[in-house]
Design a protein around this ligand. Structure first.
Ligand SMILES: [Mg+2]
Length: 247
C-alpha cells in the first residue's frame, strides 16, 4: 500500500455520485494512491458497494455505512465488530416500533437495515409527537425526517458520520489536518462542522451551506466535479505548505 499523505472522506449520494463528472474524479484518485479514501453513507454496505463499483471508485481504507453505525475496513471490507457492539448497546428497534405504535399519524413501514427503521409520518406535528414520545419512554435514538417523502427514519443515537470518521482516523493514526471531507446534505452536517478542511458541493441546499463554517469551501460545481475542485485545491495547498516547511 502506498504511504497515505491525505484522506478524502466523502459522502456518496449527491456528492461522489449523481451529478456527472465521476470519471474525472475516479481518474484523479487512481493517479494518486497517496490519497486514502473513506466513504461515509446512509446506505447499507451491499448498496454502497454496487454504486461505488459501477463508477470504478477505488477501494477505500474504510467504509462507514448506515450513517456510521457500521464500519468496514478495506481492502477486504471486514466488519469492525467492536464498533458495531458499541452501537448495539443502546439500540432497541422493537421498543422503538412498539412506542411509535401509540403515536397518531405515524406508521411503521419497514426495517431497511439492522440500523434503520422507516416510518410514514403525516406531518411535522406527528414527527414532533413521535420524538416527544420516544423521549418520554426513555428510548435513546436519533430521528431523521424527510418532509417531501413523509418519511421518518429512526437510527441509533450514535449513528453519525462525523463520529465514525473520527474513530476511523484514530485507528489509522491519521491527523485531522490530513483529512479532507466532502458532502452535500444535512446528514453530512457533523462531517462538515469545521474539524476538517472540506468542500460542500454546489447541489447542496442554500440553507445547509449557510450553516457551515468558513473552513468549508463552497464549490461552484456539483457532485464529483465539486469534490475534485475542492480536493485538488486542498492537495495543492498542503503540498505547498509541506514544501515551505521542508525548505
Ligand atoms: Mg448525500
Amino acid at each position: 500500500m502506498a504511504k497515505i499523505s491525505w484522506v478524502l472522506a466523502s459522502d456518496i449520494d449527491g456528492t461522489l455520485v449523481g451529478h456527472g463528472g465521476e470519471p474525472d474524479l475516479v481518474r484523479f484518485l487512481r493517479d494518486r494512491p497517496q490519497i486514502g479514501l473513506v466513504y461515509l453513507t446512509g446506505r447499507t454496505r451491499p448498496n454502497a458497494e454496487v454504486l461505488l463499483d459501477s463508477h470504478g471508485f477505488p477501494q477505500p481504507l474504510a467504509l462507514a455505512t448506515d450513517l456510521g453505525a457500521d464500519v468496514y475496513w478495506g481492502p477486504s471490507l471486514s466488519l469492525d465488530e467492536a464498533w458495531a457492539f458499541q452501537q448495539r448497546r443502546d439500540w432497541s428497534p422493537r421498543q422503538v416500533v412498539h412506542a411509535l405504535d401509540a403515536v397518531d399519524g405515524v406508521n411503521y413501514q419497514s426495517r431497511c437495515s439492522y440500523w434503520r427503521l422507516a416510518f410514514y409520518a403525516r406531518d411535522l406535528t406527528a414527527v414532533g409527537e413521535a420524538r416527544a414520545h420516544l423521549v418520554q419512554q426513555g428510548i435513546v435514538c436519533r430521528t431523521l425526517f424527510d418532509e417531501d417523502a413523509q418519511r421518518l427514519d429512526v437510527v441509533p443515537r450514535s449513528a453519525l458520520k462525523g463520529r465514525a470518521l473520527k474513530y476511523i482516523l484514530n485507528q489509522l493514526h491519521i491527523r485531522a489536518q490530513q483529512c479532507f471531507v466532502a458532502g452535500d446534505a444535512e446528514n453530512d452536517g457533523d462531517l462538515l462542522s469545521g474539524r476538517y478542511h472540506g468542500v460542500v458541493v454546489a447541489n447542496g441546499s442554500r440553507s445547509f451551506k449557510e450553516k457551515l463554517p468558513d473552513t468549508i469551501m463552497r464549490s461552484g460545481y456539483p457532485g464529483a466535479q465539486g469534490v475534485l475542485d475542492g480536493l485538488s485545491r486542498f492537495v495543492k495547498q498542503s503540498d505547498w505548505v509541506s514544501r515551505e516547511h521542508a525548505g
